[in-house]
Design a protein around this ligand. Sequence first.
Ligand SMILES: [Zn+2]
Length: 340
Amino acid sequence: MSSPSALSSEALAAIAKARTKAELEAIELEYLGRKSGRISSLLSGIGKLDPAERAKLGQAANEAKRAIEAGLAARQAEIESARLADIAETEAIDITFPGPPLGRGHIHVLTQVRRQIETVLESLGYQVELGPEVETEWYNFEALNLTAGHPARENWDSFYFTPELLLRAHNSPVQIRAMQRIKEPPIYIITPGRCYRRDAPEATRLPYFSQVEGLAVDHALTVGDMKGTLLYMIQSLYGKARKVRVRPSYFPFTEPSFEFDVTCGICNGMGCKSCRHKGWLEVGGCGMVHPQVLRNGGIDPTRWNGYAWGFGIERMAMLKHDVDDIRLFYESDLRFLEQF
Ligand SMILES: [Zn+2]
């Protein structure tokens, strides 16, 4: 049988060769295991020895055990530090290395269309005018001839904060504010921005949407001036092949009032499935500004007159890109947005 010191030399040699934590654990079990470890086994016959021998063997066994334990701990530390050094070398972050390329985004299709409309009308001398999205009852309704109890108000079902304050249901309040601010015509403005109505989301409407409205106030403007301006805008956006038309309609804030249509871009006005075989698509409303609306804006209707129009930006984008569901613009689905 090996002596304790021979066993500890043998164990230390094995420890020096070990490369992994698992190998060290196997060595520990082999030599220091409580039941079948080789040091323990050495002591199994110790009861038969005389007391002096017994003490000597016990002491030698304890020394061997401590030497093996110290050897295991030292080698374990070496293996661990080698592992960390290895990680530091192979997985180190080189901060000078270029990062992965970032996908390049682009401007949302509705913003693109809004900017195109602005660019075209600015080239005609119109200025962009903005106003608050939270409006008073007076600016949103009263000043536009939509007095309390007026049946047309049903079409502008609104979100109220108080009986006096609401989310604007259209961008027309900005026209009143612009007239009050500018005071002396000529006035040529467009009012792009968000508005809100109590409509359930569906393919053609949403409770929030974007409008761009236009207002011109000058001397002796005519329906022809308005139609010519809108024709120029439509052809700039959709191409020279498009035609426009106005159809008599009714709005409380214009007199006369019109629906404004543009020829279908798919069939060029011949009629197809997309335009329900009409050849024409509705874009929005327009008309000559009602004298009382001018008065509410502080403009004298005996000296000046004007025309105005209001189109949905989503609607204009749908016509431009043949999109058939308005909700797609707000779902933030990249498969849709990346097409534009
Ligand atoms: Zn068509």
